[in-house]
Design a protein around this ligand. Structure first.
Ligand code: ATP
Ligand code: MG
Length: 248
């Protein structure tokens, strides 16, 4: 059976929206499930690499690789990591990621996560970014499941309502809400993720949100993987074969 690797792009052109926080925490969550994880840093600021330098050598491994130099470097790493890894996570910014690298990441990815804050400036930028993303030629050629992670959530604010309205219009789901919590900065300081901070109460308050994110990813990637293969022209396929291919 061929290996199936989840390929996830975390992206938003707005600085500080939480891309690196989400990419690193996601990598940790998968690594703690015993999966082989590659974290590809597409952002010239190299924040994932800095995070990895702080990571405890005994902690579940997250193979972190710089891929911000060229689209070719990213494509090569995606191919190489696909042979050995269960999950590939790409951290791509708008400002510090070369447009060619961004397009290569979008083409290589299977689904897209957009971290979003809900200040009015973030929402304006987010609206532009989501529109650009959905109309990007790579996305039109091969549409990917796309979800927003509402970061540093303040669910009673008016801007939250605006964000909800905007995403409903664009038909993009909010898959989880992360609290505004100092535990994220603490985790980053130690090259860790909240899902492995088992004694920390603030971290444990985030577990449900991270489980929601993992479930959403599993459903979307499993859904794409389980789509029945087209039947070859002229080849008859028996009932048993059809039921094996059926999406459950
Ligand atoms: N949910 C949260 N609660 C509190 N602080 C957070 C949260 N998410 C992110 N932060 C903090 O916000 C800052 C920016 O987050 P992060 O570096 O993940 O954003 P980014 O989108 O990767 O930024 P850039 O565009 O510069 O790459 C960091 O200091 C991070 O620790
Ligand atoms: Mg970043």
């Amino acid at each position: 059976m061929s290996k199936t690797t989840k390929k996830i792009l975390v992206v938003n052109s707005k600085g500080g929206s939480g891309k690196t926080t989400i990419a690193t925490n996601l990598a940790v969550a998968f690594a703690n499930q015993g999966l082989q994880v590659s974290l590809l840093d597409c952002d010239r600021q190299a924040s994932c690499l800095h995070w990895a330098e702080e990571r405890d050598a005994q902690a579940p491994r997250v193979k972190t690789i710089a891929t911000f130099d060229s689209a070719q470097a990213l494509a090569t790493q995606v191919t190489e990591c696909s042979a050995s890894c269960d999950v590939i996570i790409m951290d791509a910014s708008g400002r510090h990621t070369d447009p060619g690298v961004f397009e290569a990441g979008l083409k290589a990815s299977e689904l897209v996560l957009i971290p979003m804050l809900a200040s009015s400036l973030d929402i304006k930028a987010g609206e532009r970014f989501v529109t650009d993303l959905l109309t990007h030629r790579a996305m039109r050629a091969d549409p990917k499941p796309t979800g927003v992670i509402y970061n540093r959530a303040q669910t009673n604010s008016t801007s939250h309502q605006r964000l909800e309205d905007l995403l409903r219009c664009l038909d993009i789901p909010v898959i989880a809400e992360l609290k505004d919590s100092a535990v994220y900065a603490k985790a980053a300081q130690y090259g860790a993720g909240v899902m492995e901070m088992r004694e920390n109460i603030a971290a444990s308050r985030e577990y449900d949100a991270w489980r929601d994110i993992m479930i959403w990813i599993d459903r979307r990637t499993a859904g794409r993987r389980e789509l029945p293969r087209p039947i070859q022209a002229g080849r008859k396929i028996g009932r048993s074969k059809i039921s094996q291919n059926r999406v459950s």
